[in-house]
Write a protein that binds this ligand. Sequence first.
Ligand code: BQF
Length: 284
Amino acid sequence: MSQIIDGKAVSVKIKNDLAVEVASLRESGVKPGLAVIIVGNNPASRVYVNNKKKACEEIGIYSEEYALNAETSQEELINLVEHLNVDDKINGILVQLPLPEHIDENAVIQAISPLKDVDAFHVQNVGHIMIGDFEFLPCTPSGVMELIHSTGIEVEGKNCVVIGRSNIVGKPMAMLLLHENGTVTICHSRTKNLAQITAGADILVAAVGRAKFVTADMVKEGAVVIDVGMNRDENGKLCGDVDFEAVKDKASFITPVPGGVGPMTIATLMKNTVKAAKIQNHME
Ligand code: BQF
């Protein structure tokens, strides 16, 4: 039997601590502000944006939402970003991904001021992460690290396997594990003998984007299993990349979906927004 890592509970503690910090920042006249931009009407994106706005409210962070229609041009979107880059009420800018097909996501991300890039997707911040000089931590990988820390298990010297190589999760995830002296393997769709590699993992992070992809035979007895997936199963029910029911009897610790990594992604975003406000007000 494994212990279920309660990401929701860990995120609530982080948000409570941030609320205290934000209250004291306000006393010194600093009011953290986040701008959230959503383009089009992807229902999942709408849920994520609402989660982010709600977290801001809970903590006392000022937030603005820009809901643009699906036909918005890349130029209009970049104009908005450039306007927010110089808006003093705004410390963090978040462009909800994915963007509609006709917009070059990378062009938009690179238009965000690196000082306001609370998702840490700008190449300048990616570079900081690469050399271990952290400015903003990437939201989901940082949340995963906190969940691993909550188990009391050390990353140093462990075999860490990340399934998935996206710029948003897989690559920065591998880097954070490496910075803590894990021995890191990144697997992806072209990996041969995947099950054999994952079965050697002391710490397994699944960021594949396929429902119940990680089965019990792919997991080592006693492994820490972190599920980054957000999928719908055959009954339309929210589920992760890990076959939770089968794997939970083999893992020492496992994250559930929902209530695992997801809430931690939001908590890190809030941390980054408070940090951005402090940096922009010369307090850090
Ligand atoms: C929970 C995301 C895939 C692609 C783009 C809490 C969130 C999700 C789940 C959430 C995600 C996933 C976000 C839970 C933000 C995480 O209780 O389990 C919060 O809002 N997330 C996103 O902004 O973009 C995504 C997943």
